[in-house]
Design a protein around this ligand. Structure first.
Ligand SMILES: [Zn+2]
Length: 252
């Protein structure tokens, strides 16, 4: 007989979903609820994955973790990330950038962070001559970055938080969230669970410098959307073929 540790999270779903390796981790007694929750979100996740399908050649694992504060302290975090993840934070991380084995880990109930984390991955997926420089670290992002920093400084917030929010890639990811929200309007992936100073400044800046910021993303992401369009067409063809095959099989 094998007894599981009381508060051990288990992987209850692991599948190749669209082009990401998708996994769900939850405590045994919450597994069913977690599965249902994620099932309901799938259409929105699928839609989002199609928009960022330029990343589909990278090996991305998208993990949903049911890790809410009302749970007992999980020993999952330390073991998995090798770094502390605050409880109830809607933690999401990605690492191993520059393709291959990126991992996006989001709190199951803070799905808006999917968009944020993929924003980071897009940031390092920069094109051009020098691929070692993120989009957010290039000259054409500087005016936006400087404006964000200036506005952030007008707010009261702990220094460490301001420092973190001022990182070019953080500014990029937060503005990408705004841009994405603009494209898809309110849904579960755009509705943010925690809306702090960093997000407030991003939203204000996006509104005030709308032309400039949308133009920036429009210029840098056309490849993303072009490929996602192609991807949709291919998906549709495969779907049609499968249907025709099934219909044929039924006729026989
Ligand atoms: Zn971030």
């Amino acid at each position: 007989m094998f007894f599981q540790k009381k508060n051990e999270m288990l992987t209850c779903k692991k599948e190749k979903h669209q082009w990401v390796n998708f996994e769900l981790k939850a405590y045994p007694h919450k597994q069913k609820k977690a599965e249902e929750f994620i099932e309901n979100l799938m259409p929105e996740i699928d839609e989002f994955l199609q928009t960022v399908s330029v990343l589909k050649d990278e090996n991305i694992t998208l993990s949903f973790v049911d890790d809410r504060a009302d749970d007992e302290i999980s020993d999952y975090t330390g073991e998995f990330f090798g770094r502390m993840v605050p409880q109830d934070s809607g933690a999401s991380y990605f690492y191993k950038t520059r393709a291959n084995n990126s991992r996006v880990i989001v709190n199951l109930y803070n799905t808006a962070s999917i968009v944020h984390e993929f924003g980071h991955i897009l940031d390092v997926h920069s094109d051009g001559d020098d691929k070692s420089i993120r989009w957010s670290e290039r000259d054409d992002f500087k005016p936006i970055l400087e404006e964000y920093r200036a506005r952030l400084n007008e707010y009261q917030a702990p220094e460490w938080y301001k420092k973190y929010c001022s990182e070019p890639t953080e500014v990029f990811a937060r503005l990408f969230q705004e841009y994405h929200k603009d494209l898809f309007s309110e849904n579960d992936l755009t509705e943010m669970w925690s809306y702090e100073v960093g997000e407030i400044v991003a939203a204000e800046l996006y509104k005030d410098k709308y032309q400039e910021i949308t133009a920036y993303f429009d210029i840098h992401l056309p490849e993303v959307y072009a490929q996602s369009e192609r991807y949709r067409i291919v998906e549709k063809l495969i779907e049609d073929m499968k249907r025709m095959e099934m219909e044929e099989a039924l006729i026989k």
